[in-house]
Design a protein around this ligand. Structure first.
Ligand SMILES: Cc1cc2nc3c(=O)[nH]c(=O)nc-3n(C[C@H](O)[C@H](O)[C@H](O)COP(=O)(O)OP(=O)(O)OC[C@H]3O[C@@H](n4cnc5c(N)ncnc54)[C@H](O)[C@@H]3O)c2cc1C
Length: 370
């Protein structure tokens, strides 16, 4: 059996961020990716928004890692010339009944260390965005957009510069825990069995399945896994907005918001649809529900403005009607297995938090002193 130092399972933004830090700390790293490319799942199927850190419970990993990750990400993008824009966003209360939600979000954000939010009256919002229907708004100047693919390419380049190897088309099929390491059964065109000192499971929506396939990880430590699809519609033509526009968040997601990509293309989404299997097709029939949501904050949306675009699937560890869960990042203190870190429920703001999550993982893996 081949002996390897460290395997990162999954080449999404989280696996690549982790591999980068591991490799830069001197570890021999192999990134095993089931598909034929990097970032083929959630990491290329999201809103590409750098979140400020507003929505998450104070003290949660989501709150801490989003705020830390945002700082790291802006700095990294600036240093490396990765395309991004600190465009800012407005969260909209469409009627008086929602104004208290803005107050609650502002106070929560402050506890998370986000103290640059500005409460806007309807008039104040109107002066920034005249087409907006808005009883009141919350302006977040530190929210931005990013070219997530370039970010992943850069993480990969750093990893490779420090000696890491990416192996595509290579699915981890199972494994077992031994006294002297973790055995993985690896599929693909050259199946093999490897013994590793460290394994980091960054399998996204498959992370719980990956953990279940490794004998010796107690079932009790593995959270249930649910999938919540989010579809996007693109706008034909341009929208008369300068900022990202978000409604008050709803159950399962942040509400159907308006975002731009860095080329200026406008898209709306994601909505929420709990699914049992992976199917990324966007149902054109969802357009009317989109129109209804969007018109609450943008009554000027034309009847023919929306075209089905793409979708992504959120990795959830709680089901519909349950309270939102935090990121779950488990090291040996939780499951008792030295050298193993499992990451579950890495939904939004995972892209924003990626570099901070990587810092957390290397601590749990015992790579750096805590
Ligand atoms: C609709 C939507 C909108 C979002 N919007 C935002 C946003 O605007 N801002 C933000 O910060 N975050 C956002 N997120 C969250 C963000 O996209 C994710 O947190 C992040 O992409 C998760 O990255 P990941 O590497 O964990 O997962 P993934 O990108 O899904 O990568 C997991 C990888 O593991 C591989 N894999 C799985 N099983 C195996 C196996 N057995 N062997 C080998 N490889 C395997 C998969 O092929 C995949 O490539 C959004 C997510 C969704 C779904």
């Amino acid at each position: 059996m081949d002996k390897l130092d460290c395997i990162v399972i999954g080449a999404g933004v989280i696996g690549l961020a982790v591999a980068r830090v591991m490799a830069m700390s001197g570890r021999e790293v192999f990134i095993l990716e089931a598909t034929e490319g990097i970032g083929n799942e959630a990491s290329s199927r999201n809103s590409e928004v750098i979140h400020a850190g507003i929505y998450y419970l104070p003290g949660s990993l989501k709150a801490k890692l989003c705020v830390r990750g945002k700082q790291l990400l802006y700095q990294y993008c600036a240093e490396r010339g990765i395309n991004y824009e600190r465009i800012g966003k407005i969260i909209v209360a469409s009627d008086e009944g929602e104004v208290q939600d803005l107050e609650r979000l502002r106070s929560q954000a402050k506890q998370n260390g986000v103290d640059d939010l500005v409460l806007l009256t309807g008039k104040g919002a109107d002066s920034l965005e005249p087409e907006l229907n808005c009883a009141a708004g919350l302006l977040s100047p530190s929210t931005g957009i990013i070219d997530s693919h370039s970010l992943m390419e850069e993480f990969l380049a750093d990893s490779k510069d420090s000696g890491a190897e990416l192996v595509l088309g290579t699915k981890v099929e199972g494994g077992r825990i031994l006294d002297d390491g973790i055995v993985l059964e690896v599929g693909g065109s050259e199946p093999m069995t490897v013994l590793c000192r460290t394994v980091i499971n960054c399998g996204g929506i498959h992370a719980s399945d990956v953990a279940h396939s490794i004998e010796g990880i107690s079932d009790g430590s593995i959270p249930p896994s649910f999938m919540c699809k989010g579809s996007y519609f693109a706008l034909s033509g341009s929208a008369p907005f300068e900022h990202l526009i978000y409604p008050i968040p709803d159950e399962g997601g942040l509400g159907i918001h308006l975002t731009f990509d860095l080329a200026g293309k406008v898209r709306f989404g994601p909505d929420t649809e709990w699914v049992d299997s992976v199917d990324y097709a966007v149902d054109p029939g969802r357009a009317s529900a989109f129109s209804d949501s969007i018109r609450r904050y943008w009554p000027g949306l034309s009847d023919t403005g929306l075209n089905p675009d793409y979708s992504g699937i959120r990795a959830k560890i709680v089901g519909p009607d349950e309270e939102a869960a935090d990121f779950m990042i488990q090291g040996s203190e939780t499951h008792g297995i030295a050298g193993l870190v499992n990451l579950y429920g890495i939904e939004s703001p995972g892209l924003t938090a990626s570099m901070a999550i990587a810092e957390e993982v290397v601590k749990l893996a015992g790579v750096v002193e805590t």
